[in-house]
Design a protein around this ligand. Structure first.
Ligand code: ADP
Ligand code: MG
Length: 568
């Protein structure tokens, strides 16, 4: 290892030279309080910024192992310190500027959710932050003094104010650890009580706007449970909280337009993740494997059994191994459900707003006009009970338009000016009162155990090999082919998408063997990340790039949308 003085010398030597000379910085440097590792140096000022790490020895940093000895604590501490580093970059560093990405200095961005991330590593040996830096240049000429400002002025201050236990707000850290302990407890508790979701009284559900996930401030109506569903839960730190428990089964959220139905479903969808203090959704939790189901016309489907929902197609196509490059509204929605069941889910979330009508319902009059033999679709209304009773999969549905669903629901909750009310009895009375001629179209059970074996030939290599890259949250490109993820509403962070892009490469190189099924491949990679850490799947040495853990479902969903996916 070199001394920081050596780094200074190199920078002086390459000052004013062409950008490529920055490559000489690669290496490790001992600073008085930390080690700086310059792992990857960008090729020019416009390319992805350089990746570095700053590492403090565990015995100097002062974090006791009791702060990170369980998975939820570790997640809490890593997330917390990531935010602290972010704040201290802002506080102690003014962008020195230059061409392109010159002067950028950042750590991964943390939003409203607390995710498992790799921006910080903490264990008995080290506390380490992974940063990216745009090495400064004017045109392609190295700006040595500006580089020195970053390394010798900003970095030491950022490290000293962030990676030492005595420098940070210990109280806030403890609060976040306690919050995560409570959230972890709450998740276990809802399962124990056979609930699929819990929304605490006082939760702030709506967000500021379509582009801000911060809580709405003005004119917001805090959540209050209907008495019929109100339960107490005694949390280890927060003490007793009250709120609405949504039981297993089929639950409808009904109500007039603009009364807050979709907003509540959205909050439930994201209840698979933990939220930071002050978010308003801290105590909204849902089964972790819950999946939002949408209609997604145009998507690719590869050998999925959609027979339970769609059979007897006019062209005689096989729907037990259904493939298409361009699914319709209803076939895509059927495929989305079957793929969710394949990975394993306890709960489907469906909003009428984003569903195919003919997939959801076929009313009595339409049944009379178009005979069953002429209609390939068995609507969801005829499957939702089977799903629960035979497969143990609950559904929460937002329904504004179709009262036929009253008949199959266990619970009906009406949103009335953002207040939920129990309307189960009223809805059931209406079913009795207005007898209505609708036949049940039920044909088959739903669960399908036909294995979908993942073929290695899915992963074609171009002339220059394989390049898989994420762009924002919604797109991964595989060589030149886009994988479109816009419809995965529970994929919420671009670093989750980045991680999925690494995972696809990892599955291609290490896991796909023409024997494992798609589910087994996802399980396997997940298990490896769980035992060896997120970094395992990164193709990079040193600073592995910003990663945040995606769920199994979103990994599988990405493979399922990959247009070259091949299933045996
Ligand atoms: P629906 O799906 O019932 O038509 P939405 O959920 O789209 O209604 O909500 C309509 C509007 O009401 C949205 O702009 C949303 O931000 C706002 N809203 C939802 N819940 C609340 C609440 N609890 N307090 C204040 N405004 C809310
Ligand atoms: Mg709506």
């Amino acid at each position: 290892m070199k001394s920081f003085k050596e780094l200074e010398k190199i920078i002086d030597r390459i000052d004013g030279k062409s950008y490529k000379s920055y490559k000489q910085l690669q290496g490790q440097y001992q600073f008085p309080n930390f080690i700086l590792s310059i792992d990857y140096v960008q090729g020019d000022p416009f390319a992805s910024p350089s990746r570095i790490r700053v590492t403090v020895p565990g015995n100097k940093s002062g974090f006791s192992s009791g702060l990170y000895d369980t998975s939820y604590k570790k997640k809490a501490v890593v997330d917390f310190l990531s935010r602290v580093v972010g704040e201290n970059i802002y506080k102690h560093y003014e962008n020195v500027g230059g061409s392109g990405k010159s002067g950028l200095l950042s750590i991964g961005h943390c939003g409203q959710e607390i995710l498992e991330r790799n921006y910080i590593i903490i264990d008995e040996k080290i506390v380490e932050a992974r940063l990216t830096v745009g090495l400064p240049a004017e045109g392609r000429r190295i700006l040595g003094n500006k580089a020195k400002t970053i390394f010798f002025e900003a970095l030491p201050k950022i490290v000293e104010s962030s990676l030492f236990f005595n420098a940070i707000s210990q109280e806030d850290l403890l609060k976040q650890i306690n919050l995560l302990e409570d959230q972890a407890y709450l998740r276990k508790e809802i399962e124990k009580r056979e609930l699929v979701a819990f929304i605490a009284n006082g939760s702030i559900i709506p967000r500021q706007s379509g582009v801000s996930q911060k809580p709405m401030r003005k004119g917001v109506v805090p959540f209050l449970s209907p008495k019929e569903y109100e339960i107490d839960i005694n949390l280890p730190n927060q003490g007793t909280i009250k709120g609405m428990g949504i039981p297993e089964g089929v639950t409808l959220i009904v109500g007039g337009g603009f009364h807050g139905k979709s907003t509540i479903l959205k909050a439930l969808e994201l209840g698979v993740y933990d939220h930071i203090l002050g978010d308003g959704r801290e105590y909204i939790v849902i089964r972790e494997n819950a999946v939002k189901i949408k209609s997604e016309d145009g998507r690719k489907v590869e050998k999925v059994n959609i027979y339970p929902f769609i059979n007897n197609l006019p062209m005689g196509e096989d729907t037990k191994r259904f493939s298409t490059e361009n699914a319709s509204g209803s076939t895509s929605q059927a495929a989305n459900i079957m793929e969710a069941l394949e990975i394993g889910t306890d709960l489907l979330l469906i909003d009428e707003d984003t569903s195919a009508t003919n997939f959801m319902i076929r009313d009595g009059r339409m049944q009379k006009l178009v005979q069953k033999e002429k209609e390939p679709i068995t609507p969801f209304i005829d499957k939702v009970r089977t799903l629960y009773e035979k497969n143990g999969v609950s559904t929460v549905l937002v329904i504004g338009g179709s009262g036929d669903y009253f008949e199959v629901a266990d619970h009906v909750i009406m949103m009335d000016e953002y207040h939920p009310k129990d309307m189960t009895k009223e809805a059931k009375d209406i079913v009795e009162e207005i007898k209505y001629q609708r036949k049940i179209d039920e044909v088959t059970l739903i669960k399908d155990d036909t294995p979908r074996t993942l073929l290695k030939s899915s992963f074609f290599t171009g002339r220059k090999g394989v390049k898989i890259k994420s762009r924002g949250i919604d797109t991964i490109t595989y060589n030149k082919m886009d994988i479109e993820l816009r419809n995965l509403e529970q994929l919420i962070h671009s670093d989750q998408t980045n991680t999925i892009s690494f995972i696809i490469k990892y599955i291609m190189d290490n896991i796909a063997n023409d024997k494992r099924t798609l589910k087994e491949a996802v399980d396997k990679v997940y298990e490896e990340m769980n035992t060896k850490g997120l970094d395992t799947v990164s193709p990079y040495q040193g600073n592995p790039g910003n990663m945040a853990l995606p769920r199994k479902y979103e990994i599988a969903a990405t493979l399922n949308r990959f247009r070259n996916l091949k299933i045996k």
